[in-house]
Design a protein. Structure first.
Length: 136
């Protein structure tokens, strides 16, 4: 499965409004099934689209907010690399780090991500989405 960036204000807002919230110790994740409406997104190839969102409420320092984003994104990248996860459909994930993600040890972040991945594996996938990805 490909690992892509979720980009664009409107796309992130759509995931924020329509996505399902999964809560964790160090981060929250909004999940939306399908490919984003973006010219570079290929609906025929399933991918995991990941975006991050960290407001100034977390921390006033942009350096610390960016560190939170990078740590969360890297945790997802490592988890997807370790667990080759062939999924027939695409997922859009909007990661919202919590303030605890800055000081949390990296294994704690990985534990959160593995919980999210087990939830995504049991995600109900519509049969028409599977049929359209197989026929493509």
């Amino acid at each position: 499965m490909l690992f892509q960036r979720l980009r664009g204000r409107k796309i992130c807002e759509r995931v924020l409004k329509r996505g399902v919230l999964l809560r964790g110790q160090t981060m929250h994740v909004r999940v939306l099934l399908g490919t984003p409406r973006h010219p570079h997104a290929d609906p025929k190839n399933p991918a995991l689209y990941i975006g991050t969102m960290a407001s100034t409420k977390l921390d006033k320092s942009a350096v610390k907010r960016n560190r939170m984003r990078r740590r969360c994104r890297e945790t997802w990248r490592i988890a997807m690399k370790e667990k080759a996860w062939p999924s027939p459909v695409s997922f859009q994930l909007l990661i919202m780090p919590r303030s605890s993600s800055l000081k949390a040890p990296f294994p704690e972040l990985q534990k959160d991500v593995s919980r999210f991945l087990t939830t995504l594996r049991s995600w109900p996938i519509p049969s028409d989405a599977i049929r359209s990805s197989i026929s493509s």
